[in-house]
Design a protein around this ligand. Structure first.
Ligand SMILES: [Zn+2]
Length: 216
């Protein structure tokens, strides 16, 4: 190939890459949605109170980052003795027990659950758990989980964000909702996904598998 042809091809490739980049910037960084239904994380000790000594969670479905949805379900009870049945436990067991519910669930249970990041449970709402072999009262641990985006370091570089950043995200559907205060969480084990609860999903007309765009 002569020099002239090489120059021409190089220019075409560069132009096409620039066009693609401009289009991507215009569209924003796309993120698939995962809607989180109400769920429970337990310590091994608390699991044994509810299911008996030595009990191990059984796997129903793999989730990202080595987590899984278990087959085990509990009834959660608020202080006014209003209950929600069949709330799934996610595994593996953790250092702290935690119950994540929606704002609608909190109203149904008569609980003042604060909006928190997962794991931040100090001073959160009390709740009772009922299992097949026992019951448990948690003095704190019930929260409404704040929305967030999981991503790998590679995704973060592409999106131009870093761990701990807050972004806005736009859903381009009939309702056209923009979500502010969405926390970015970066880890090698994460698959790109934005987690919202069932209230947020229903209010904005978004379902698992739909995509939203980071608008920053
Ligand atoms: Zn999440």
């Amino acid at each position: 190939m002569d020099t002239k042809n090489i120059e021409m091809i190089t220019r075409m490739v560069i132009e096409s890459l620039q066009k693609q980049q401009a289009q991507e910037q215009k569209n924003g960084f796309m993120v698939p949605i995962g809607v989180s239904a109400r769920h429970i994380h337990l310590t091994q000790a608390d699991l044994e109170v509810l299911y008996g000594p030595g009990y191990q969670l059984t796997k129903k479905k793999e989730l990202m980052g080595g987590q899984f949805a278990s087959n085990e379900l509990l009834t959660i009870v608020g202080l006014k003795l209003r209950a929600i049945e069949n709330v799934r436990i996610l595994g593996p067991c953790r250092k702290f027990s935690q119950v994540e519910i929606s704002a609608t669930d909190a109203m149904k249970l008569g609980i003042k659950a604060p909006l928190r990041e997962s794991g931040d449970i100090a001073g959160s709402a009390p709740i009772a758990l009922v299992g097949p072999k026992g019951a448990l009262y948690l003095k704190e641990g019930c929260i409404i989980a704040s929305r967030h985006i999981h991503m790998s370091p590679k995704d973060a570089a592409q999106a131009g964000v870093k761990d701990g950043d807050y972004v806005s995200v736009k859903a381009d559907n009939d309702r056209g909702t923009t979500f502010n205060n969405v926390k970015i969480r970066v880890d090698e084990s994460f698959t790109l996904e934005m987690h919202i609860d069932t209230d947020e999903a229903n209010a904005s007309g978004i379902a698992t598998g739909n995509t939203v765009t980071i608008v920053k």
